[in-house]
Design a protein around this ligand. Sequence first.
Ligand SMILES: Nc1ncnc2c1ncn2[C@@H]1O[C@H](COP(=O)(O)OP(=O)(O)O)[C@@H](O)[C@H]1O
Ligand SMILES: N[C@@H](CCC(=O)OP(=O)(O)O)C(=O)O
Length: 379
Amino acid sequence: MERNGQVMSREALVGARRVVVKIGSALLTNDGRGLDEAAIGGWVDQIAALHRRGIEVVLVSSGAVAAGMVRLGWQVRPSAVHQLQAAAAVGQNGLTECYEGHFARHGLLTAQVLLTHDDLSNRKRYLNARSALRTLVDLRVVPVVNENDTVVTDEIRFGDNDTLGALVANLLEADALVILTDQDGLFDADPRHHPEARLIREGRADDPALAAVAGGGGALGRGGMATKVRAARLAARSGAVTAIAGGRQAEVLTRLIEGERLGTLLFPEREPMAARKRWLAGQLQVRGTLTLDAGAVKVLRSRGSSLLPVGVKAAAGNFVRGDMVLCVDEAGERVAKGLVNYGVDDALRILGRPSHQIAGILGFMEAPELIHRDNLVVL
Ligand SMILES: Nc1ncnc2c1ncn2[C@@H]1O[C@H](COP(=O)(O)OP(=O)(O)O)[C@@H](O)[C@H]1O
Ligand SMILES: N[C@@H](CCC(=O)OP(=O)(O)O)C(=O)O
């Protein structure tokens, strides 16, 4: 199958040279009783086998909080942020130690990389993280990435590692994102509640029907299938194919890379976005909303034009110049995201007005457009 020049078959995985593998909490944590070290050893063996074939692998691993709880002797997952942070700090040590030991059996070095949302939303830190990860991969080291749970608070956390995996795939322009979890892939309903549910074998990453069947997570995991489908959409922006597969199936990684029809494969449909647009699209936090009229929606979508104040009907939120805002149509549907040239107070004064009037209204003009097309990404 081929669409818009993109390969839509299992060949997309067979040819992969750089792969991000995400292993979720639901798999790693042995029913909540700490890390399943034997299973981790098995995945490491498979990753080492891929490495020997010349495939570069970056691992995104959950499990810090669960491992920390066991080390601290806690039976119940705490809800207080400071306790979760403490558990993650203790547990991340155990996680690192476990991976280091298993990869060492294969003569491979690992590197611990802990990221926060801020590291990827600040353009300079994003570029720094990218060059550090690229250097590690070039050195044939296996980076083991997790969210830096010890310093994040609820407002700024990714929360699930599916999103983090996708952003790492974007960062490194990986060919594939492989999400290993406790189910054999994405089903047409949550198999936990619908035993008759059927496995979806292939699909388009941005197919809205997939988001509709993907539900929330179990007791151990965070995001469920909803965040995995969203991660596939994010990964597709840099052209990566996403596989969602059951991590307990024998030799799952090797078999996927050999093209076996396991799990669910979600393909990118559009051409990959340029790196800067991808960075814009990956921003999760927006400071405000602009409501566009039908004409503005049309030119943004069809021509990738800049957004002029004349096409904007309303502005809401507390944004300042340079902040990320969401653009919606009059029905509230998401259209685009971008960095605004005017803060909310100034934006409200120039809405609906032609750009040549801006200086007269505000007494200055930063730019003729509210969002320049280089700083705008259509969703
Ligand atoms: N349509 C679906 N197909 C498969 N699993 C689903 C679906 N909807 C919800 N789920 C749930 O998602 C869970 C996996 O997500 P999660 O618990 O977050 O795991 P992980 O820690 O691996 O990310 C499964 O155990 C399953 O109950
Ligand atoms: N960063 C957290 C894990 C987040 C998490 O559980 O995510 P997921 O594996 O996507 O369900 C930890 O290491 O405990």
